[in-house]
Design a protein around this ligand. Sequence first.
Ligand SMILES: [Zn+2]
Length: 294
Amino acid sequence: MPTEPNRAMNNSIPQTHRIILPPNDLGYSYDPHVEAGLHGAIKLSPKVLRHCQCGGKSPFMIIDPLRGEPVWCPCYPFRRKKYRIDKYIQKSGIPAPFRFKFARDFKEQYDDGQPIPGARLLKSYFSTLVDNINSKKTSIKGFYLWGAPGRGKTFFAYILLNELIFRFVRSGKFIALSKSFHELRHTFDEGSETQGQAMPMIEMLSNVPFLVIDDFGVQRNTEWEMEILYNLIDARYANRRLTFVTTNQKVDDLKDLAQGRIYSRLLEMSHIIHVTGHDFRELGNPEAKWIEPR
Ligand SMILES: [Zn+2]
């Protein structure tokens, strides 16, 4: 992986060198066909490349003719985004075969051409979410997506997280709760390589902009785990961080956990979505589309 472009960027780009992009151009796109290990590559958009004067050579600087000094090339902010997206997706916890999977990889039809009933709704949920983040709405909800195994919940969560990181260039984490508890417990073991790291781990999970908690199961959890879980959910609620849960359990099954505090927080932060068969429905109102995150 190349070295990270320097952080001090926008300020030192002269106004005249900034690239104004049309609304549908992020300045980069994903090309799945480039051979680069398991997946493709992020490419700069043609408009950015047309404005690039450094030829893509590190440190991506050019000599400003007016000042006679080195300044960042107009391509620079986009090269930095590209670098950060790669890094965030590598570190997201998404398993390698599912990295760089996007909404276009979520099929709307079975192989025989029949539509998959839930797929359209999931896509519209996603585009509404993106619009709401773009328009900086203040109380955007994540989801609590529940149903029997094998309904595509986890795959959808992978896609969602890839898309959010890719579009907004912010970090995201995908965790399985039982594994995270195991790792946390390990930090208390004498001589373990993560000894004493519990607080940084919890801090990170409390603050990461996008968090997916996959396979949220609660039957065998201890009181200590429930307290950690409540603190995590509560911190994310207070910090207005988007949280997405997939699980086999009805949200009502959580009523008794941590004196009902986990349940009430999740209800405030989430759209409760039931997956039945290949259908995705908002709980309690099966006719309603569940696409209006507020
Ligand atoms: Zn350049």
